[in-house]
Ligand binder design. Structure first.
Ligand code: AVJ
Length: 336
């Protein structure tokens, strides 16, 4: 296995690469985002800030919970259909994974696909995640794998992808990470992914499906309290990194299924009327008793709605594999 590394910066930009209104160069990206999103109505914070070292470890633990089935269901589908998926990057093609996490899923896919000479490109914001993924892929020795890591936002990573006219590309966006985008954001992101590949390249999309509310709430408000800790860690992180003074005992985790929008929302609910300061972002604000800070949306799909979301970006659906018990879909699209 060979490894090359490239770094692309993303400071001061939001998920779509835009600068925030009133952004200042001397404040960090996190401070800028906190200042902007905490003053919106309703108050909110972008979910990508959940993933510092502790947040990423908590998310990995969540993936082992019996109530959170996305990761296991997707891994099983990838293994079962690896040979069919592997057709898309035969002949020394590339696999580009956005948000590789631990690298376990890509490793499972490549192990079971048995396609030699693949060039894997890993795009993730977290250096730790990239390191673990390289580790996971280095365990596959037989396949003469080449791995390039890009520590970057999805957008910057896609833009930095070298053009490759000679080899087919499979772009993988797994784990229902698409579900963190609202529908316009998802469409814009699909356009971006389509622009990064050529006709006859492929997109593999993992997306969680609508299921009974009781199951959704157990997945996002688990009885062990891991998801609550994952959510409240955002307050801990603001205290540590932004000089904020959130009192964690005065907030509680809440998961809500919003059927009209087809999404699970995570909120941090204020348990009292209170004032909070975020020193490094130079602002203070008052929270009412019961007021919430909205920290994440996880959109849930119907099998047909995935196609309707993706095809307008310039793809056609070629295959869809569904885990009926977990209600999770892996859908393969070809760029046209
Ligand atoms: C990693 C964004 C797919 O939305 O299910 C897990 C994150 N949030 N539990 C999801 C998450 C709460 C997860 N994604």
């Amino acid at each position: 296995m060979t490894r090359d590394v490239s770094f692309e910066g993303s400071a001061g930009r939001d998920a779509t690469g835009q600068r925030f209104p009133g952004a200042r160069e001397d404040r960090g990206e996190f401070a800028e985002a906190a200042r902007f999103y905490l003053q919106l109505e309703p108050r909110q914070l972008p979910s990508r800030f959940l993933y510092d070292a502790l947040g990423s470890a908590l998310f990995d633990a969540i993936c082992h919970l019996p109530w959170y089935r996305i990761t296991r269901a997707e891994l099983a589908l990838l293994q079962r259909h690896a040979v069919a998926i592997g057709q898309t990057f035969q002949d020394g093609g590339r696999v580009v994974e956005l948000g590789c996490g631990s690298g376990e899923k890509l490793a499972a896919l490549l192990t079971h696909a048995e396609v030699p000479g693949v060039h894997a490109h890993l795009i993730d914001l977290s250096d730790a995640a990239l390191g673990r993924s390289v580790q996971a892929l280095s365990a596959i020795e037989a396949l003469d794998l080449r791995v390039t890591t890009h520590q970057a936002t999805y957008e910057d990573g896609l833009l930095a992808l070298p053009a490759d006219d000679a080899h087919p590309t499979l772009l993988a966006f797994l784990g229902s990470n698409i579900g963190n985008f609202d529908p316009p954001g998802a469409s814009a992101f699909l356009d971006l992914m389509r622009a990064a590949v050529r006709p006859r390249d492929y997109l593999l999309l993992g997306a969680d499906l609508v299921k009974p509310e009781r199951e959704l709430l157990l997945a996002y408000d688990d009885p062990l309290g891991l998801t609550a800790a994952f959510n409240k860690n955002l307050l801990l992180r603001m205290n540590a990194e932004l000089g904020a003074d959130f009192d964690l005992s005065r907030f509680t985790h809440r998961a809500v299924w919003n059927p009209a929008a087809s999404r699970v929302e995570m909120h941090l609910v204020s348990l009292a009327e209170q004032e909070v300061g975020v020193a490094d972002a130079e602002f203070r604000f008052r929270l009412q008793d019961g007021e919430t800070i909205w920290t994440e949306s996880s959109y849930k799909y119907e099998p047909a709605s995935i196609r309707e979301l993706v095809e307008p970006a310039g793809f056609v659906q070629r295959n869809q594999w569904i885990d009926e018990a977990a209600r999770f879909a892996l859908t393969l699209f070809e760029a046209v």
